[in-house]
Design a protein around this ligand. Sequence first.
Ligand SMILES: Cc1cc2nc3c(=O)[nH]c(=O)nc-3n(C[C@H](O)[C@H](O)[C@H](O)COP(=O)(O)O)c2cc1C
Length: 197
Amino acid sequence: MRKILILFAHPAFEKSRINRILVNEIEAVKGVTFHDLYEWYPEMDIDVKAEQELLIEHDIVLFQYPFFLFGVPALLKEWMDLVLVYGWAFGSNGNALKGKWACHVITTGGNKASYSKEGYNRFTMKELLVPLEQTACLCGMRYLPPYVIHGTNVMKPERMQEHAEHYREMLRLLADQTFDPDSLTGLENLVDQFGKG
Ligand SMILES: Cc1cc2nc3c(=O)[nH]c(=O)nc-3n(C[C@H](O)[C@H](O)[C@H](O)COP(=O)(O)O)c2cc1C
C-alpha cells in the first residue's frame, strides 16, 4: 500500500464549510496521514527536521488548502520555503523527494468558468499553479494534475458531501499499489476523473 501524506493548511478551519466536510470524510482512510499545519504550528515555528522525516516516510504528498489570492495560505508557503531546501530537496545531493508524487487539492470560491482566458480570473488553474508545478519538478517529484473543487461559496452541503466521497475514492485508489498515478498525468482537473466535475 502506498502511504499518502496530506499537508493541510487552512488558517480559519473553524469557519470552513467545504474543507471541514472533506476532512471528516477522509480522516479514517487507511494509509493516509492527515497533518494539519495550522494546528501544529499556530506560531509558524515549523520543525523542519520533523517535517522532512514525515515526507520521507510517505510516497504521495497532497497539499490541501483553500485558494487564497491565487496561491497557497501563508503557512504553507512558509513550510515550502523552510522544508524544501537546497541540498535536501533539490540541488547537488538534494534528492530526498525524488520519485514521490505531489498533488494539490484546492477549493476555490470562484467558479470553473472564471478560471479561463475569458473569465474574470483571466488564467486557468494550470497557469496559476505553474510555480507549484515547477517546485515539484525541481524536487524531482512527479506532479499530478490538481484536484480543484470550484464554486465553493455557493455550493450546497449535499454537493460538498458528494465531493468528499469522491475525494475519499481518489485517496483509496492512490493508496492502491496496483493503480498507476502516472496514468492521471495530462488531465486538467482530477475532479473530472473522480467526481462529476
Ligand atoms: C483571504 C482569502 C482569499 C481568497 N482568495 C481567493 C482566490 O484567489 N480565488 C478564489 O477562487 N477564491 C478565493 N477565496 C475564497 C476561498 O478559496 C473559499 O472561500 C474557500 O476555498 C472555501 O473553503 P472553506 O469552506 O473550507 O473555507 C479567498 C478567501 C479568502 C478568505
